[in-house]
Design a protein around this ligand. Structure first.
Ligand code: PNW
Length: 451
């Protein structure tokens, strides 16, 4: 008999689920919540698949207790969620909405009751529409001033019960993909200089988030950014291709990770943006470069890089037959979970990394006899976790993994068709059905090992 060796993860490894307020809460205009740029976008014809809105979503606003019960029954002890800025400041700044603050008190009470530790993202794309209308949203630093007040408020209000803070989710997605002619809200096509300016406003907000946690977070508070860095994977794990992938990584991530970890716009940034650089004030970097406690990485995919002539990095395109999820950008590249963490540890000296999202988007079929067979998702995540374990075993400091997502939800421009949950959500009846992947992930968390 051959006995398999347990493929264990480190002691105290953080296992959990991830989700975000606008994608699950619904109640888009309840209890004084203000309109977000996504509420507006969803009402703009042709912008969101099927004309789907965020109005109802998973009704998590009223069903959170049963959701936490299910989450806990699956064995999770950690949950990454976001707070809705327009619930707390309906106009982004000005008067605070007490009913919004009260909702998250109830939510944290319930999490506490179910033994779930919160990891709170301050901002997950739902910018108050009023800031877009009055200031031009991320194009203008008055949005960072408003964020500073919002961050102070939430850290002061919840700091005694929330110890893990994430400032922003995926700067690229709400800056370039919102203002640079792509498919995220507010759906604008601005100049390259303006796009770089939106990044700069976001970096300022990140800095304010860190500052707020240092000032008001209390004992044991930790803070970091969640970034969806572009992950370059060496075509072969040879010295030349590894060096090329590393050079590509530095180049591709010079708008976000470089300024945060070096405290300036350095050579990599200037080379990347050329004459379209953001305007900034020197003191901005006192905020942007504030030390953080961990880095969150959302990694779903990567690109292959090889060493070309003279070692020059060459990014390879994906052939049509390359295995891909129903989300067309989600190419199956399990090694991205190895190389993403390794690059940030080697290049920026990051000492603690959390995978704050990983998962797979498919147009799953509805339950049959109470079961959802999603072997495609299960096997993809399993392959990813194998590579994550390999990077940990090589000495890369990965401390946690949050599966995206707990249940199917509003998948931005793809509406409700594209499902990322391990729990199936029937959006007509709001019935939740754990898929095969949920039951498998339950065993992984229980064993603290790949099973
Ligand atoms: C993330 N890409 O978005 C977000 O944080 C989630 O809110 C979202 O639901 C999830 O991943 C699935 O899409 C991404 O094009 C969107 O590479 C696009 C990309 C990556 C992440």
């Amino acid at each position: 008999m051959i006995k398999s060796r347990p493929q264990t993860f480190p002691k105290n490894f953080v296992w959990g689920f991830a989700a975000a307020a606008p994608q699950i809460e619904g109640a888009a205009f309840t209890d004084g919540k203000g309109e977000s740029i996504w509420d507006r976008m969803a009402r703009t014809p042709g912008k969101v698949h099927n004309g789907d809105t965020l109005d109802v979503a998973c009704e998590h606003y009223t069903r959170y207790a049963e959701d936490f019960k299910l989450m806990r029954s699956l064995g999770a002890k950690h949950y990454r969620l976001s707070l809705a800025w327009p619930r707390i400041y309906p106009n982004g700044d000005g008067a605070v909405n007490q009913k919004g603050l009260d909702f998250y008190h109830r939510l944290f009470d319930s999490m506490d009751k179910h033994g779930l530790t919160p990891w709170v993202t301050m901002f997950h794309w739902d910018l108050p529409q009023s800031l877009e209308t009055r200031f031009g949203g991320w194009r203008d630093r008055r949005t960072a001033d408003a964020f500073a007040t919002y961050a102070d408020t939430i850290v002061k209000t919840y700091g005694d019960r929330v110890k893990n803070w994430i400032t922003l989710n995926e700067i690229l997605c709400f800056t370039r993909l919102g203002y640079g002619g792509h498919d995220k809200a507010p759906g604008l096509s601005c100049s390259e200089q303006v796009v770089n300016q939106t990044y700069h406003t976001a970096l300022l907000c990140h800095g304010h988030g860190v500052r707020a946690v240092r000032e008001y977070g209390g004992k044991g508070a930790r803070v970091g950014l969640t970034d969806n860095c572009s992950v370059s994977v060496p075509l072969s794990e040879t010295a030349a291709d590894i060096a090329a992938a590393r050079a590509q990584f530095i180049h591709d991530n010079a708008r976000v990770l470089d300024p945060i970890y070096t405290g300036s716009y350095g050579a990599a940034y200037r080379k990347l943006v050329g004459k379209h650089a953001a305007k900034f004030e020197k003191r901005d970097f006192d905020l942007i470069g504030l030390p953080t406690d961990f880095l969150g990485l959302n990694i779903y995919t990567g690109t292959f890089v090889r060493a070309g002539k003279g070692g020059k990095p060459e990014q390879l395109s994906f052939p049509a037959a390359y295995p891909t999820a129903d989300a067309p950008w989600l190419k199956h590249v399990p090694q991205s979970l190895y190389w993403g963490p390794r690059h940030v540890a080697e290049i920026y000296g990051v000492k603690a990394i959390h995978i704050t999202e990983n998962g797979a988007g498919y147009n799953d079929a509805s339950p049959v006899k109470g079961e959802v067979n999603d072997l495609h998702r299960l096997n993809l995540v399993r392959g990813n976790l194998g590579e994550l374990r390999r990077t940990i075993n090589d000495g890369v400091p990965v401390k946690g993994f949050f599966l995206w997502s707990f249940m199917d939800n509003f998948e931005w421009q793809d509406g409700y068709e594209r499902r990322f949950g391990v729990v199936y959500c029937d959006f007509k009846t709001q019935k939740r059905t754990p898929k095969f992947s949920a039951k498998w992930y339950q065993e992984v968390m229980k064993a603290n090992a790949l099973v």
